[in-house]
Design a protein around this ligand. Structure first.
Ligand code: AMP
Ligand code: ZN
Length: 467
């Protein structure tokens, strides 16, 4: 497995620190609103990376935080006249609903910044003791120039940064020793949430949150750190500086960054106002389609969002689901084991999985992996028919469903949800009959008939069949 590492600007063979285990941290969202589909990109992409590594036999410890203390959360709380916790708890719950609908698995741990303040303070104390940080009137700054490797992730030169950062001096931050220094701890302002610390009652800076949560849940050294490319600088650069100066060890071995999700070729973001929330999209599309859309491009390529591409994603995903549905129909009246010709075909079929793995091994090329799934679908459509053995049909189906599952795509979703709907209608009809409302019972039977479902009343209950 090879990953493109932002740190070295190269694709590198993945070798974990500990055999068979992966420690992975993904920067999570700041929870002050529903997540937008730009935020969904790293969630989907890195959930897929996790699934693929598990498929490859690794045990993945996957940590992704929620930033639940932040200026924007505070502003929203003031606007609504509630406390910050109410805002963050509400949007964490909503975010988890969106994640589930996108088939993004919960992380091994989802730490909350506000629950980890003690650890952050200890890290800052260590940095102060080691001379990497200093306190000015209750604000603690990181002494950036003290870390000789600063800039190694974003490949920025400190002196260029200095000239770019000069404007900082005139924005009221002139207590800093150097414009490049950044905040580790800041004193509270009126009405803001705060915690006691050796320097002031206040709250941590954003960057120290991830350094601490990564350290606590994964250890001083981790395999993979990931997030959107906007986080490379300054967020991840600062995380490296804090963690490596505090722990005295290299922080993360592989840095993975997804490119932006754009709209009209501009980054989708809340501040630009050009965004769709995941929730909005779910009103029109099953979020499996959004997932498919995200994975149809390589994660390091910019991806432009449009209704047109969502429509074609819908059709593409439908093609996979229809192939599985057809196999299910054929399976209903099938029997027997593989014959010789089928045995040969099954050998041929293995080629698609090989192609799928080669693509995923090459820096998670989900676009090519999906292409391999389509080849497989075409193969199934060509070779499966009424004369196929049960074993052959089952093998084809498991192969399609299994490869889709590695990508977190549910190829059998439709029939499952349809089955649920049918069963709910049957129950409703039974209740109507019990209540002697035969008009309603007949009406439901007709509705089911229109859906292609016939009912048979047996001693064991109502049985249904597709026609
Ligand atoms: P935020 O809540 O802004 O801290 O973002 C949470 C995650 O979403 C980070 O990894 C960001 O890099 C990522 N992100 C935000 N906007 C986009 C976008 N338009 N495209 C891709 N990733 C994004
Ligand atoms: Zn982070």
């Amino acid at each position: 497995m090879r990953f493109y590492n932002t740190l070295t600007k190269k694709k590198e063979e993945f070798v974990p620190l500990e055999d068979g285990k992966v420690r992975m941290y993904v920067c999570g969202p700041t929870v002050y609103n529903f997540i937008h589909i730009g935020n969904a990109r790293p969630m989907i992409v890195f959930d897929t990376a996790r699934r693929y590594m598990e498929y490859r036999g690794y045990e993945v410890n996957y940590v992704s935080n929620f930033t639940d203390v932040d200026d924007k959360i505070i502003a929203k709380a003031i606007e609504e006249g509630v406390n910050s916790e109410e805002i963050s708890q509400r949007y964490i719950a909503e975010c988890k609903k969106d994640m589930e609908a996108m088939n993004v698995r919960p992380a091994t741990t989802h730490p909350l910044a506000t629950q980890e303040i003690g650890g952050m303070i200890r890290m800052i104390e260590t940095l102060v003791e080691k001379g990497y940080a200093y306190n000015v009137d209750g604000t603690v700054y990181f002494r950036t120039r003290q870390f000789k490797e600063y800039g190694k992730l974003s490949h920025k030169n400190l002196d260029d940064l200095r000239s770019g950062g000069r404007s900082l001096l005139v924005t009221g931050e002139d207590q800093k020793e150097d414009p490049l220094d950044f905040v580790l701890w800041k004193p509270k302002k009126e009405g803001e949430p705060f915690w006691p610390s050796p320097w002031s009652e206040g709250r941590p800076g954003w960057h120290i949150e991830c350094s601490e949560m990564s350290k606590k849940y994964l250890g001083d050294e981790i395999d993979i750190h990931a997030g959107g490319e906007d986080l490379i600088f300054p967020h991840h650069e600062n995380e490296i500086a804090q963690s490596e100066c505090c722990n005295g060890k290299p922080f993360a071995c592989y840095w993975l960054h997804n490119a932006f999700l754009n709209i009209d070729n501009r980054k989708m973001s809340k501040s630009l106002g050009n965004f769709f929330t995941v929730r909005e999209i779910s009103e029109k599309y099953d979020l499996q389609i959004l997932r498919f859309f995200m994975l149809s491009a390589h994660y390091r390529s910019p991806l432009n969002f449009s209704e047109e591409i969502m429509e074609s994603s819908k059709n593409a995903l439908d093609r996979i689901c229809t192939a599985v549905e057809t196999l299910n129909h054929l399976l209903e009246n099938s029997a027997g084991n593989l014959n010789d010709a089928e045995r040969q075909l099954v050998k041929e079929m293995a080629g698609f999985r090989g192609e799928f793995e080669r693509s995923m091994d090459d820096d998670l090329n989900t676009a090519d992996a999906i292409a391999a799934v389509f080849e497989l679908v075409k193969f199934a459509n060509t070779h499966a028919d009424e004369n196929s053995s049960r074993e052959f049909l089952e093998t084809l189906k498991q192969e399609i469903v299994g490869l889709c599952d590695v990508l977190g795509l549910i190829a059998e979703r439709k029939t499952e949800s349809l089955d649920g709907e049918i069963e709910a209608l049957i129950e409703e009809r039974q209740a109507a009959r019990k209540a002697k409302d035969f008009g309603k019972a007949d009406e439901i039977r007709d509705r089911l008939l229109a859906m292609g479902i016939t009912l048979k009343d047996t001693r064991e209950g109502v049985q249904w069949k597709r026609i």
